[in-house]
Design a binder for this molecule. Sequence first.
Ligand SMILES: C[S@@+](CC[C@H](N)C(=O)[O-])C[C@H]1O[C@@H](n2cnc3c(N)ncnc32)[C@H](O)[C@@H]1O
Length: 335
Amino acid sequence: MARTKTAATAPSGASAKTSRNGRLSNAERSAYFARREAAKVLRLVLRGDARRRAVGSIKSLVYSPSVKNKKATYALVCQTLKHLSIIKQVLDSASILNSKWKRQEELVYILTYDILFGQEISLVGDAEKFLMLHKGAIQLALAQLLVRNKVKSIEDLMALYQTPDVPKPRYVRVNTLKMDVDSAVLELGKQFVVQKDDLVPDLLILPPGCDLHVHPLIVNGCVFLQGKASSMVAAALAPKPGWKVLDACSAPGNKTVHLAALMKGKGKIVACELNKERVRRLKDTIKLSGAANIEVLHGDFLNLDPKDPAYSEVSLIFCIFTWMIIMFHGFYVNQ
Ligand SMILES: C[S@@+](CC[C@H](N)C(=O)[O-])C[C@H]1O[C@@H](n2cnc3c(N)ncnc32)[C@H](O)[C@@H]1O
């Protein structure tokens, strides 16, 4: 059975074997922590799904400062989610998830992914030891699942669980700092069938698959490639011209510049971003948008002083991580 190798749990080329002196190798150590970080993210995602309350995209959860090994964690979460229906059936038929391990089921999912499709795992933690004891049963359960479904490969099995791809329309947001919506409809309408979105006033719907990356309106920042979910956020908050807005975690900045457009460039937005590389990306987005009322702050939002007079008149704190706003406000209220 072909393994779908990912760089999820060990850096490529690194040995996953314990070094001769019995200590953990670097690869083992990073794999051990990446699995636990991935399990935490997976838990948030699955709980959010169960309550029908999104806790943030996988990317945003992985970008939280508490996650060290971002690349490996992201890959592990995505791969485990992709194979989750198979993993659950395998664990079910091998009767692996007893009451003790049910409490750590996300870690068990991650490890089962690695046993079946990912990297070799070694006996570095209790969960690893437990799962490796049942490795034979897990692999047998997968083989039986293939037979039951009358398929020969994992790919065929995955195809049985996949919903058919429905072509999605292409959404673009008109940057009203540079162009009005009707002019954008006219201009884009020369090439495509364009509809206005019924929910977000500055959002346009174009046919699936149309490539706009090099379109002059995209290149000059009159129009942004931005999905409907992303564009709904600033529209729902409906900031007024003249407001002071604090965007806590802002890169790449699409929502930041959308806020600026809705504020008609009046008032002020402080856009905070922790990651140096992403600050550069944020500045590029702002420059492209032409917004002149955004101040970029490179740093940790949680280190801002809520008593600083600069933030005393803030009307809106915008953040994908709600807990950060609570901490910021909580600190403010308590002091
Ligand atoms: C997923 S992005 C979301 C960005 C944007 N608000 C959006 O919705 O498109 C999250 C960003 O928050 C940044 N970030 C995470 N923790 C932060 C903190 N404590 N202070 C400032 N920025 C933070 C990350 O570096 C990342 O660029």
